[in-house]
Design a protein around this ligand. Structure first.
Ligand code: HEC
Ligand code: HEC
Length: 174
């Protein structure tokens, strides 16, 4: 598995900690989430977002999906970005996650569980893209998951603050 994973790491970064624009870190994701997303990609059902994943997942068997889920979930979670957070944006993002009860699904430390992804320390550009894609309907969730509904009352400025907060969790003390 680890040998085959080198192909994934070419885009998703060493051990799944991405340094590639608009490409998510995958380390430490719950295995159910990974299986569900690969399943959606394989069936061209994740929506209209431009992605190489539809092709990559095409040849995978159900057994492959489970094996990738297991493997990816055991990779270390991504590291914090080197650049510190902007305190004002971080605070706005934190207020929004409290107001919207994001933690009821994504866990208080945003580590994710079951089909709900880890959000902590994912790339800021990808988190922002994901929220915009749900809101516009370009990205479709697994099963009855409806992130679009969770984000209904929010706009692009909110998404930017949320992405900044989540990418920098927890804020480093100076
Ligand atoms: C050519 C680059 C590339 C390669 C190779 C690649 N990926 Fe991806 N992957 C992407 C991009 C880009 C996305 C985000 C797509 C989007 O915006 O919807 C993605 C998304 C994902 C996601 C969804 C994660 C999330 O947080 O939404 C998973 C899981 C995933 N890839 C697993 C894999 C695995 C496992 C492999 C190796 C078998 C792999 N990828 C190989 C580019 C790549
Ligand atoms: C009712 C449960 C629930 C709540 C509340 C919720 N989410 Fe989600 N979230 C999910 C599920 C399930 C997914 C995976 C959906 C899919 O299959 O695409 C998800 C996916 C995401 C993703 C995509 C991450 C990735 O790696 O692809 C982001 C970003 C996100 N949520 C942010 C938020 C934010 C910010 C809030 C609060 C405003 C929030 N969520 C509230 C259940 C929830």
């Amino acid at each position: 598995m680890h040998k085959r994973a080198e192909a994934c790491f070419a885009c998703h970064g060493k051990n799944g900690d991405s340094r590639t624009a608009l490409t998510p870190s995958i380390g430490g994701q719950p295995s159910f989430f990974v299986v569900a997303q690969l399943f959606l990609f394989r069936d061209n059902r994740r929506g209209k977002t431009a992605t190489p994943m539809d092709e990559i997942a095409k040849g995978m068997s159900d057994e492959d999906l489970r094996a990738w889920g297991e493997f990816v979930s055991k990779l270390p979670p991504p590291a914090q970005p080197a650049k510190p957070a902007d305190a004002a944006r971080y605070a706005r993002g934190r207020a929004l996650v409290e107001q919207q009860r994001c933690v009821s699904c994504h866990n208080p430390d945003f580590s994710g569980r079951e089909q709900m992804p880890r959000l902590a320390n994912k790339r800021e550009d990808y988190l922002l893209k994901a929220m915009r894609d749900y809101k516009s309907g370009a990205r479709v969730g697994y099963g009855s998951a409806s992130m679009g509904a969770e984000l209904a009352g929010l706009g692009n400025a909110d998404f930017a603050d949320l992405a900044h907060f989540l990418a920098h969790l927890p804020m480093k003390k100076n």
